[in-house]
Write a protein of this length. Structure first.
Length: 589
């Protein structure tokens, strides 16, 4: 309704003006108070941007049907690897790929992808020239120089037969799977994998987990099960299906491997349905142990007995179940010393409706390695709606304290029908280390690319642009890759170390690196595998905070050789050769 009275209009406008001024003042006071009480969104000093498309990572990872899955095989997705295949000092990236039940026309099959780093923030697809255009139900990837020729090789697990690609040193790879004896004699569901010199003879051995002994001809379908998730028909398993058995291959030093699983005690385990695999010296005895995240079963911790055998101590050590004694649906796994006490801790991702799990390593007590589930006391238990996959401890802000990062995505595309779930694609989670044994979810504060939902699976961590901070690459399901470039504004310092073994394996896998600054001591190891089905940068990264110098750097090699360097300037990549010390240093901005 309009009123012709100009006086009325003037009064109305004055009233509106006053109300507007009052409202503006109230909003200003509220915003100021909120900004003073709320955490500073820039306090972390790191931002993330998805630069995959502009960087040239443009292919689509295909994995099962996009809307309805018939078998669990269509749900697991695959991994991704950072590695410098051409030894030019810049990380290249390799994506495992999958397929679909109905297959593809000849020439249109999805294949694995290798992208060469152009050193300018972009990548070039060199898959065909490298001889890596393999198709099939790809699963995990791990990296290591199995033949000690100075060039890192690739191992890929598959549903079907596995693949070992020898790096020829000229930009190409040769499939030596059958010759090396690691392809497998029958169809198996290979899952997480890692190179490991378990007997410390200088040759990299290979551990391969297996998920389910699946025969598509006899496997139950959603309708025949029937198999339901919150009333929605979904793919069946893993409970009710026969679990796979893990494999340990011993490297004979002549290009061939021998299956020593039974002899080494790998088949004697509480759990099965193996997915994520990681290798680390958990009890500080200089011998590598193996941890396996199992789906719907207790996790396995294979303790190295130093005589060629392993014993699963996961249950006794307190690293197999949740804090309330239940088996979890483990997916990915990361290792790091988050509290800087000199013992490597474990982070494991799990199914939705549950939390991820943080196991704090308490060391060896009364002769037994002991972990404490600190998921809730450390602040990790705040999230239960996400279904986690790839993960790692990573010091993104270079403050010298390891944060935790994980990617998420539901296993069933059918959950889009449910309002009770976080969706099929889900956001990432970044937990900041508060330096007192606790973490805080700062994902919303950092925002942007971290909040973009993705049906994530494998992810890997590495400094692809050599600027001194860690970036993240994600291999999703039925989508294009995600490349999260990290950019720091906090001015913190860093150091990265590349290892070259001589008596030890050439890659230096298993070497423990300890650095000492004026403010603290840190340690980590060179490792193959980890996250979910993926391979992180083999160069070990340390955040230094405000420290400008490393007083001492010590590398304990698997052979027992110890190299020590002193008075090292920050903000550089060091290349250290076993027994020879520093052979190269490269300062970066």
């Amino acid at each position: 309704m309009q009123n012709p009275s100009s006086l009325y209009l003037l009064s109305k406008r004055s009233l509106l003006c006053c109300l507007t001024l009052l409202l503006t003042s109230v909003i200003y006071v509220w915003q100021r108070a909120a900004s003073q009480n709320a955490p500073d969104k820039n306090a972390y000093g790191v931002s993330f941007a998805n630069v995959a498309r502009s960087a040239g990572l443009s292919h689509k990872t295909i994995y099962g049907d996009e809307h309805k899955n018939k078998y669990l095989l269509e749900t697991t997705g695959c991994g991704v690897a950072w590695f410098d295949y051409d030894r030019d000092g810049w990380l290249d990236v390799f994506f495992v790929n999958g397929t679909r039940l109905n297959g593809f026309a000849k020439g249109q099959e999805p294949t694995a992808r290798l992208y060469k780093n152009n050193r300018d923030g972009s990548f070039t697809d060199v898959t065909k020239a490298a001889g890596l255009a393999r198709t099939g139900w790809g699963q995990a990837v791990c990296v290591g120089d199995y033949d000690n020729d100075g060039w890192d090789d690739l191992f890929l697990s598959y549903y079907g037969k596995n693949a070992l690609y020898k790096n020829n040193g000229n930009g190409s790879f040769t499939d030596v799977s059958e010759k090396a004896g690691v392809a497998g004699a029958k169809t198996r569901w290979g899952s997480g994998a890692a190179f490991v010199d378990y007997d410390k003879d200088g040759d990299l051995d290979l551990f391969v987990a297996n998920y389910i002994d699946l025969d598509l001809k006899t496997a139950p379908t959603p309708e025949t099960g029937p198999c339901l998730y919150k009333g929605v028909m979904v793919a069946c398993g893993p409970p009710g299906l026969e679990g796979g058995k893990n494999i340990l291959y011993r490297n004979e030093g002549n290009g061939a491997f021998t299956d020593v699983s039974a002899k080494a005690g790998i088949l004697k385990t509480y759990g099965t349905y193996g997915l994520g695999v990681i290798v680390a010296d958990f009890d500080n005895d200089t011998w590598p142990d193996i941890y396996v995240a199992n789906d719907s079963a207790p996790a396995a911790l294979y303790h190295n007995q130093k005589d060629g055998t392993f014993t699963d101590i996961g249950v006794e050590a307190g690293a197999a179940y949740s804090s309330d004694g239940k088996p979890q649906a483990g997916m990915g796994v990361g290792v790091g010393d988050f509290d800087s006490d000199g013992w490597l801790d474990i982070f494991k991702t799990n199914f939705s409706g549950d939390t991820s799990t943080l196991y704090r390593n308490l060391g060896v007590k009364s002769g037994l390695l002991t972990f404490d589930d600190v998921t809730f006391t450390a602040g990790i238990g705040v999230n239960t709606r996400f279904l986690g996959w790839g993960c790692n401890f990573a010091d993104f802000d270079n403050d010298g304290w390891l944060d935790i990062f994980l990617v998420n995505g539901h296993v069933y595309p059918e959950v889009e029908k449910l309002t009770t779930e976080a969706g099929y694609p889900q956001r990432k989670v970044l937990y900041q280390n508060r330096r007192d044994g606790t973490f805080k979810d700062i994902t919303a504060d950092v925002g942007n690319a971290l909040l973009e939902p993705t049906a994530s699976r494998g992810c890997a961590f590495g400094d692809f642009d050599n600027d001194g901070d860690l970036d993240v690459v994600i291999n999703p399901v039925n989508d294009a890759p995600v490349l999260l470039r990290a950019d720091r504004t906090n001015g913190n310092n860093w150091l990265a170390v590349k290892t070259i073994g001589v008596k030890s394996n050439r890659t230096g896998i298993g070497a423990r690196i300890k650095i000492v600054t004026d403010s603290k001591t840190q340690m980590d190891e060179v490792r193959s595998g980890g996250s979910y089905y993926s391979q992180n940068d083999l160069r070990v990264h340390f955040g230094l905070g405000t420290a400008t110098k490393i007083k001492q750097l010590e590398i304990r090699w698997p052979s027992g050789v110890v190299d020590t360097l002193t008075d090292i300037a920050a903000n550089q990549l060091l290349t250290v050769k076993e027994g020879a010390g520093l052979v190269k240093s490269a300062a970066k901005p």
